[in-house]
Design a protein around this ligand. Sequence first.
Ligand SMILES: Cc1ncc(C[n+]2csc(CCOP(=O)(O)OP(=O)(O)O)c2C)c(N)n1
Ligand SMILES: CC(=O)[C@@H](O)[C@H](O)COP(=O)(O)O
Ligand SMILES: [Mg+2]
Length: 698
Amino acid sequence: MDILDKVYLPTDIKKLNKSELDALCQELRQFMIQSVSKTGGHLASNLGIVELTVAIHRVFDTARDRLVFDVGHQSYVHKILTGRMDRFNTLRQFGGLSGFPRPSESMHDAFIAGHASNSISVALGMARSRTLTRREYSVIALIGDGALTGGLAYEALSDAGESGEPLIIILNDNGMSITPNVGGIAKYLSRQRLKPSYAAFKKRYRRIMEKLPGGRHVYNFTHGIKSAFKEALLHCSMFEEMGLQYAGPIDGHDITKLAEALSWAKSLGEPVLIHVITQKGKGYSYSEATPDVYHGVNPFDYKKGVIPVKSKCFSSVFGEEMVRLAHQDFRVCAVTAAMTGGTGLTDFAAKYPERFYDVGIAEGHGAAMSAGMASQVSIPVFAVYSTFLQRSYDMLLHDVALQNLHVVFAIDRAGLVPGDGETHQGIYDVGYLATVPNMKVLCPASYKELREMLRHAALKMDGPVAVRYPKSGEGRYKDGGVKLSKLVAEGTDLTLVTYGVSVNTALDAADLLRGEGISAEIIKLDFIKPIDYEAVNASLQKTGRLLVLEEAAESGAVGEKVAAHVAASGIRLKGLRLLNLGCRFIPQGSVEELRKMCGIDTLSVRAAARDLVLRGGAPKPSPAEKKRRAVAGGDKPAKNKPADDIFAEAPAEEEKPGKDETPEDAPAEEPAPAENAEQGGAAPEDTAAAPTVEDAAG
Ligand SMILES: Cc1ncc(C[n+]2csc(CCOP(=O)(O)OP(=O)(O)O)c2C)c(N)n1
Ligand SMILES: CC(=O)[C@@H](O)[C@H](O)COP(=O)(O)O
Ligand SMILES: [Mg+2]
C-alpha cells in the first residue's frame, strides 16, 4: 500500500499526481476487499465509489464543507481517507468503527446516516442555516439511484430546486439498489445514461451558436423556450425542470472529469445535481459479476470469492411458506420495499412474478399500496424490516387500520441486529404497533410457529396483522401451534412472561434457576396484541412474582402493559421486574454482546429472577452495568461552527436510575390495587376481557 500508507488525511490527496491517484484507487480497493472479507460489510457499493470519493476529497475539504451521505453504507472510502484506516479492522464490531457515518467518530462525518432518501433534505437544511448565518462552505448530498426511489428525496428536490440555495447533489447512479433498481425513475436514469454528456453538449452548442452570425440570437431564443427545446432536441433532465442545474452523465471512474464537474458545481452558487455513472462492485471480478451478493457480506474468502452459504433462518422459512401460500390461494401477493433477498422473497419473485411487487425504497408507499390491494380482493403480505417500517407509521394508522384492512405485515429483523447498529435495531415496532387500533401482532419463536402463524394471519384472520421475527435462526424452542399464549414451563416461584425467540433465553435461565432451587413458570405469548392477561393472572395467583423479558424498547412494550394490567386487576405482587432495552439507542455488536450489555442475556435473566425471588425487587446496577449502559448513547451531527467551538463535546447527561431500579436501601414496594379494578371501573382496551384466539382471529 505504497500510496495509501502515505495518505492519512484528505489534504494528502490534493498533493498526488494522476498516476498516483490511479494507484491510490487500486490500493483502496485492495485494502477494502481484504479488510471487509474479515469483518463483513457493504463491499460492492464502496468498490463502486472509490474514484468519486477521491475526487470529492480533491475538490472539497470535508473538515469544513459538509458531505451528507445517503444511507451511508458507501462511506468506507471516505473513512479510510479521513484518518480511520488503522481502525478499519474494527468495522461493525462492538466498540469499533461504525459501518455508517458517525460525527462522533470524525469531524469529517457531517451527519449520521443509515436509512435511505433523507440526504437532500438534511443537506438543504444545512445549506439554509449556512446562508442565514452568512458563512461560506459547500454542502454536498451524495445519494444513490436506489435511494432516489424514496419519496422523501423528491420532497427535498422540489424544495431545493426552488430555493436557489447553493447546494450540490451528487447522484451516484449504478443502476442498482441492493438488487437491480426498479421503477420509472430507474428507467428514466438509464435513458439519461445512454446520452452523451448533456453538459458538454450544451457548452459546445453555445460555443457554436456564438460564432455563427445571428447565433447568439438563436441561442437566446432556444434558451428562452428551454423546456420545449430540451424536451424536443435534448430530452433534458427532469432535475432542470425542478429548478436545479444539471451536469452529466459523467464517468464516475474518471477522476479528472469528476473533479472538473465538482469544481464547476462548487463555483456555481446555485442548487445543482451532478449525475455520475458508476459500476457497483468495480475492481473485484466476483462483485462485478454479482453486485447484489456483495452488497452486504459476512466474512468470506476473498481469494476464491466464496461467500458462506446463508444458513436457514426465519427469513428463508418465511420465503418458503409464502411460495406455498401463493400456490394455495391466488389472492396472496408479496410486497417488498427493495429488500427482496433480505426478506427471503427471491423464490417467490421468480415463481409468482405477477404477484410480486418491489416498490423501491418506499416503505410508506408499500404500506399504502398494500392497503389499496386489500381494499379489493387481494391479500398483500408486506415483508419489511422492523426499522424501515418506521417510515410507514402514518400509513399503518391512516390507510390500513382505520378501515380495518387485511394487510399482513411480515416484520423481519425484529429485535436486535448485529453490525448495522443504532439505525437498524428492530426494537421500536412492539411499541409503535401497540398504538395502532385493530392491529394484531404475532410473535413466532420457531420455524414451525412462523409457518403456522403466517398461514393463520393470511388466511384465517381479518384486519391488519403483523408477524414479527428476528434476523437469527431458531433456538432450542421448536414447537408449533397458534394460541394466545403457551405455558412452556411450569413453576411456583415466579412467572416469567416473554415472546418470540427470547423464550430460548427464558428456558436457559429457568434451567439454571432450577439448579438453585428456584422454579420459574414461563408463559410465552404467541400474540402480544392482544395479550393473554388471563393466563398471566392465573400464573401470578400461584407465584406472586412477575418478570417480563423482551428484546424491545421499553415504551409501549409488553412489560409496561402487563404491569399496568396486573395493577389494575388488584393482584398483590411480591415482586416485579421488567427486563427490556430501555429508552436508548443500541449500538453495533454481536447480538449476544448486545443482549449482555442490555441485561437480557441468560445470566442477567437468571440474576434478575433470583433477585426477584430472594429480595423481591431489582438491585442497584453495579458500576460495570452502569458503564455498559453509558456506552449506548445517541450521536450528534458535527456542527460547522467557528473554529474554536467546532466539534466541542457536549457534557454527558447525568445518568438517572431506570424506572425499574430501586435505590439500594429502599424497600421494594408492593403495587397498590388499582381503584377502578376494585370498583369495576372501565379498563383500557387490551385489559377489558381476556381475549381468545378467535377474538384475535377477528
Ligand atoms: C428506508 C430504508 N429502506 C431500505 C434500506 C435498505 N437499503 C440499504 S442500501 C439499499 C440500496 C441503496 O441503493 P443505492 O442508494 O443506489 O446505493 P448503492 O448501494 O447502489 O450504492 C437499501 C435498499 C435503507 N437503508 N433505508
Ligand atoms: C445498508 C442497509 O440498510 C442494508 O444493506 C442492511 O445493512 C441490510 O441488512 P441485512 O444484512 O440484515 O439484510
Ligand atoms: Mg445504486
